[in-house]
Design a protein. Structure first.
Length: 492
């Protein structure tokens, strides 16, 4: 949870800081909605006790296309690294993979303000590096639940994991707003880099690859006390170990049933709906702050506070529904539970996003609709879709999640680029010019939802069940031959 919180603070703060880093081109901005908030300054220093320590507020002269490229640059690196990162997590384990993410994120985040000040291209490279060092995180965490979680609690475990995402979004949004208000946007990147470095140290000190790891006798007692597993009872460790689902006995990549996996239609059904859901979410989290700033003139402090409230709401709703979903799985099929929550929440959030296109300049109602939209969409992602890769793939969860996440997170790159495509050459202060920005992801998700409801499943696939590898079969045959020869009458 702490790892994902720190990571999301590092990756999401640009969504808010970019609204004060640059202004829209003068030829593409003629505000239609006039509110009192439009006249508020970006920095508020009400008294000398809250004086602004860092006063530089440099504005970069970027086109709409450059603006979209900067927002989407992280996902170029992330998509390029997520599947290789999954393979690394499968081969070397989730523990070193997450350690790499922590320290890599720390460096990339810390140096972003320095590089973007040099040039737009250097800033793009910095964001790509942040994405490259983030690739293994979700596949590694997904694979960790095979070793650290009980199958009966997989939904609540992933919900707790997503609490970190929510916490990171909340702290990142509110914290970024306060930092911009009283200091400057650069400081938010320096602090997020420092945070990820500290998180990496905590991960190294507190987490083992498996809870039932045997401790060396010469291990320092002070290090033992830091470990989470040191606070677990033997019964808890045995429960986790004995409840692990039957999986491939060998984790070697060469033993993976690649052909069976790649020819399974469920892999592509899940990938498509994951892409559609990611497009919906990234459009909300990456593009909505720009929409609220440029169309409705809301100050960055109000925008970040709104997303902080949304994040807390997601946290509460997701945990409650995760508990209900795990209880439902005891009396219903996993497939039915996943489809029920996915379709049920979609019925709520799809009308909410459609309403945004018809509310014009009613900023308060639009904020409410966006809140309902993001909370329900987050529930679909966390309860309905994220557990699917763990449900169907057993010990191959890291690799399967890596493939699905690669497809899904391409939407993170596409969403700001599509926004820039629809807005280039148009008045970004006109609400109707944003209609397609919100309508397109809703339409794509509706199509993907129909396919998933009709043909999708959450049951463990045949290729994920326990089968002896060819190497193991050869050993078994050799042992049987030796045993038979030793028991023959000639040798008795």
């Amino acid at each position: 949870m702490i790892v994902t919180a720190g990571h999301y603070i590092a990756r999401q703060n640009l969504n808010f800081t970019i609204t004060v880093m640059t202004d829209p081109p003068a030829t593409e901005f003629d505000p239609v909605c006039t509110t009192e908030d439009l006249q508020l300054p970006e920095a508020i220093s009400p008294n000398t006790s809250n004086s602004v320590i860092f006063t530089e507020r440099k504005k970069y002269d970027w086109t709409t296309a450059q603006y979209g490229s900067m927002l989407g640059a992280f996902y170029i690196g992330y998509c390029a690294a997520v599947f290789p990162g999954a393979l690394v997590a499968q081969k070397f384990g989730f523990h070193p993979a997450i350690l790499f993410v922590c320290f890599g994120n720390a460096l990339a985040s810390f140096f972003f303000p320095i590089l973007v000040d040099y040039s737009h291209t250097a800033g793009i490279i910095s964001r790509i590096m942040l994405g490259l060092t983030s690739g293994p995180i979700m596949p590694a965490i997904q694979g960790a639940w095979y070793w650290w979680g009980c199958p009966e609690e997989i939904t609540i475990n992933i919900a707790i994991q997503s609490v970190g995402v929510t916490l990171g979004n909340c702290l990142g949004a509110v914290g970024t707003g306060l930092i911009i208000q009283y200091f400057n946007w650069q400081l938010s990147f320096y602090l997020s880099g420092l945070l990820m470095f500290v998180v990496g140290l905590l991960w190294l000190l507190m987490v083992d690859p498996v809870p039932d790891k045997e401790w060396p006798k010469n291990e320092l007692s002070c290090l033992k006390c830091c470990k989470i597993s040191a606070r677990m009872t033997d019964n808890e460790k045995k429960l986790i170990k004995n409840s692990r689902p039957v999986a491939q006995e060998s984790p070697r990549l060469r033993d993976m049933p690649v052909k069976s996996i790649l020819t399974d239609p469920q892999l592509y059904i899940i990938s498509f709906i994951w892409f559609a859901m990611s497009y919906v979410m990234y459009n909300a989290t990456n593009n909505s702050p720009t929409y609220l700033k440029r169309v409705h003139g809301l100050p960055i402090q109000r925008i970040t506070f709104l997303f902080g409230v949304i994040s807390i709401s997601c946290l509460v709703v997701n945990v409650i529904i995760a508990i209900l979903a795990d209880r439902m799985r005891k009396i219903m099929s996993t497939t039915f539970v996943r489809k029920t929550w996915t379709a049920g929440m979609a019925i709520i959030f799809l009308p909410s996003v459609v309403m945004v296109n018809f509310l014009g300049c009613d900023a308060s109602t639009i904020e409410f609709c966006l809140a309902v939209f993001v909370v329900c969409a987050s529930t679909v992602s966390t309860i309905g879709l994220k557990p699917l890769t763990a449900d169907i793939s057993g010990n191959y969860a890291s690799v399967i999640f890596g493939f699905v996440n690669f497809i899904g997170n391409f939407a993170g790159f596409a969403a700001p680029k599509i926004m820039a495509f629809f807005l280039t050459g148009k008045n970004q202060g006109e609400p109707t010019n944003w209609n397609m920005v919100f309508a397109l992801p809703a339409g794509v998700f509706t199509i993907a939802l129909g396919i998933f409801i009709a043909y999708g499943t959450a049951e463990t696939r045949s290729w994920a069940l326990n089968k002896k590898t060819s190497f193991q079969k050869e050993n078994c045959n050799r042992n049987e031959t030796i045993l038979e020869s030793s028991m023959s009458p000639k040798n008795v």
